[in-house]
Design a protein around this ligand. Structure first.
Ligand SMILES: Cc1cc2nc3c(=O)[nH]c(=O)nc-3n(C[C@H](O)[C@H](O)[C@H](O)COP(=O)(O)O)c2cc1C
Length: 195
């Protein structure tokens, strides 16, 4: 018998999220980047959803690894009010192809919330059937790479690049000075010839 388990838990972010229209929330991007590396190493898979200040996460893998991560999640100050909605043994993982998935609040989720009569993403009110539907939606949703958003957040990097490139090429400044001296000498010689 396999010792694989699936847990689904929900929590509330302790940070104030920026409006979803502005793209992936930087704090969530950092969690995703960290999770992708850690989970791949531990053989964990799953999906993370973030909307209206609430997280909905599914984690699958060996019971020991899932429980160890959940213990770490309980201590993580970036969220609170953790509540496990599902913990069940599974024969095989359902999110097998990636380590962690992030799906923004998209049209399909909005349609599901409307159907459930919910005006916002409030996973604390989800029953078993709704959890199954959200998992299905996450399984079909497209995966977002958090890195482009991380790059967008740092326009200062683009501004700093030319300066740091010049600093990395030590011959640029002497070459410019030499060019100015040569030009001055040529001009002086030309003026001498016409005098
Ligand atoms: C909502 C949320 C989801 C998280 N999901 C994961 C996860 O899937 N995998 C993971 O390793 N860390 C996850 N973390 C981070 C962990 O709480 C913890 O900070 C991390 O595992 C410690 O990693 P480290 O041992 O590399 O410092 C999550 C944090 C939050 C707030």
């Amino acid at each position: 018998m396999s010792d694989l388990v699936q847990i689904v838990y929900v929590s509330r972010s302790t940070f104030t999220a920026m409006p979803a229209e502005l793209g992936i929330e930087p704090s969530v991007a950092r969690i995703l980047a960290q999770s992708r590396i850690n989970n791949a190493r531990r053989g964990l898979v799953g999906a993370l959803y973030f909307g209206d200040g609430c997280f909905f996460q599914c984690l699958e893998g060996r019971a020991e690894d899932v429980d160890r991560l959940y213990a770490a999640l309980l201590r993580d100050p970036r969220h609170s009010d953790l509540q496990v909605l599902v913990r069940r043994p599974i024969e095989r993982t359902s999110f097998a192809t990636w380590a962690m998935k992030y799906v923004p609040l998209d049209a399909e989720m909005k349609a599901l919330l409307r159907e459930l009569g919910l005006s916002s993403f409030d996973p604390y009110r989800f029953d078993e059937a709704t959890v199954a539907r959200v998992l299905d939606l996450l399984g079909r949703g497209r995966d977002l790479d958090p890195m482009p958003a991380a790059a967008e957040r740092t326009p200062a990097t683009a501004e700093a690049t030319p300066r740091s490139a010049a600093a990395r090429v030590p011959w640029v400044i002497p070459a410019v000075i030499a060019a100015v001296i040569v030009a001055a000498a040529v001009i002086a010689a030309a003026m001498g010839a016409f005098a």
